[in-house]
Design a protein around this ligand. Structure first.
Ligand code: HAM
Length: 417
């Protein structure tokens, strides 16, 4: 038997209601905040991710699905959504259409990480990107929107942690300070961090090894090494978050696993998720658009892991699974009539279902129950002869007869269509 690939999953019809509910809620809320959907290809040139995410990051070095296509081009399955959206923004000259774009996306991402609970090789992100402004109010709006979304879904107990990385100049000076500090303790670092020390020193903050974490506890803090402009940006973000009553904690060690960030960065963790506890993350990336070949415009966004969000939410009450009407039929002629009704009802936005497997009436009633049908109509030879159809309200068991000629109109009345 052919099985699915490691780290990939099937989302089955019984689960899909939750996924659709989460996506629909995102669409409605994000659009109320003025965000518009964008869909970019799943495959991109590998160089896009190397340039934007950074050559020395784990994502680029270890986690991308990269291969050559028939034309010999190196292409990759997208490991995240920000870089493709920036590419699309530039390629489609969106800056000429509007100075500020507020975008959202929902879709599959791919990373060849070691699979474990909450970590898949194909996972789904819901994210937003605002491109065109360095205004700190955008940072706050993005974080506020993320919180509003979690609250709307009823997610509890999450923590929003924020930090700042400063501007590229600040990043340089932080790297210098850190290098001075760590050069004296290089022997206490793990093998990977020794490489990071040479290639991309800020990545050491991502290390999960206890020994490295202990060394970093007394390392110079990024926040103490940023310029007055970035400092004031961060202060404004914090003050405005407070104004909007968004609770946050400051985590001076959030550097994020992608190189494109500047100024504000943030992560959201949830206690139900075990070791993979990051449910969402994001921040500002003011240089990415220009470095990818576009105009000098600020940008900020976040992405949340949909798989992890569903884990953290726990079982939701069944959403979107119930059926308006099940048409149970007995006999060939009644079935013909029932089949016609079923399709007419559907055209009137009434979800209707009928049996296709020649089941007995009893089995059809069981099926209606299984599908949580609100109403069942019963049509046999006798009813057909009398020109009536029986309609049963499944919530109170009440039953009545309706003229066949009035059936669709009656159903429309019941379901307000
Ligand atoms: P990221 O931190 O790499 O950021 O991913 C965002 C979220 O995607 C994570 O917090 C996590 O919930 C989920 N995620 C990541 N990898 C996996 C995985 N292997 N399995 C399941 N879930 C996963 C980004 O991707 C940035 N593009 C976010 C961003 C948008 N920054 C600015 N705009």
């Amino acid at each position: 038997m052919i099985k699915r690939l490691k780290g990939m999953r099937d989302i089955l019809p019984d689960e899909i209601g939750t996924w659709q509910y989460i996506e629909d809620t995102a669409r409605t809320l994000f659009e109320t905040f003025g965000y518009r959907e964008i869909r970019t290809p799943i495959l991109e040139e590998t160089s896009l991710f190397i340039k934007s995410i950074g050559e020395t990051t784990d994502i680029v070095q270890k986690e991308m699905y990269t291969f050559k296509d028939k034309g010999g081009r190196r292409i990759s399955l997208r490991p995240e959504g920000t870089a493709p959206i920036v590419r699309s923004y530039i390629e489609n000259n969106l800056d000429k259409a509007d100075p500020l774009f507020k975008l959202y996306y929902i879709g599959g991402m791919f990373r060849t990480e070691r699979p474990q609970a909450g970590r898949q090789r194909q996972f789904y992100q819901i994210g937003v990107e605002v491109i065109g402004s360095e205004n700190f109010y955008i940072d706050v709006e993005v974080i506020y929107l993320m919180k509003a979304y979690f609250d709307k879904l009823g997610l509890a107990d999450y923590t929003i942690k924020i930090n700042t990385l400063g501007c590229p100049k600040d990043k340089k000076s932080i790297k210098k300070e850190l290098s001075k500090f760590l050069s004296k303790q290089i022997n206490q670092l793990c093998k990977d961090c020794k490489v990071r020390f040479k290639k991309n020193i800020l990545r050491i903050f991502d290390c999960k090894v206890e020994g490295c974490k202990a060394v970093l506890r007394s390392a110079p803090k990024i926040i103490d090494n940023i310029c007055p402009h970035c400092h004031s940006h961060f202060e404004s973000v914090k003050n405005t978050l407070e104004l909007l009553k968004v609770p946050y904690t400051i985590d001076p060690y959030i550097v994020r696993g992608l190189d494109y960030y500047t100024k504000t960065t943030f992560e959201v963790t949830h206690p139900n998720l075990g070791s993979q506890d990051a449910i969402a993350a994001g921040g500002r990336y003011d240089n990415l658009v220009h470095e990818t070949g576009g105009p000098r415009v600020g940008a900020c966004g976040f992405a949340l892991g949909q798989d992890r969000l569903i884990m953290a939410l726990g079982p939701l009450k069944r959403v979107g699974a119930s059926l308006d009407l099940y048409i149970a039929c007995l006999g060939q002629e009644p079935y013909k009539q029932g089949f016609k009704f079923c399709n007419e009802l559907r055209l009137n936005n009434i979800s209707a279902e009928i049996d296709y497997l020649n089941k007995s009436l009893k089995a059809q009633m069981r099926q209606a129950n299984k599908r949580c049908a609100k109403y069942v109509s019963i049509l046999g030879e006798d009813e057909l002869e009398k020109g009536i159809i029986i309609l049963r309200n499944m919530s109170n068991g009440q039953q009545r007869e309706i003229k066949i000629s009035n059936f669709i109109d009656e159903a429309k009345k019941i379901f307000n269509k």
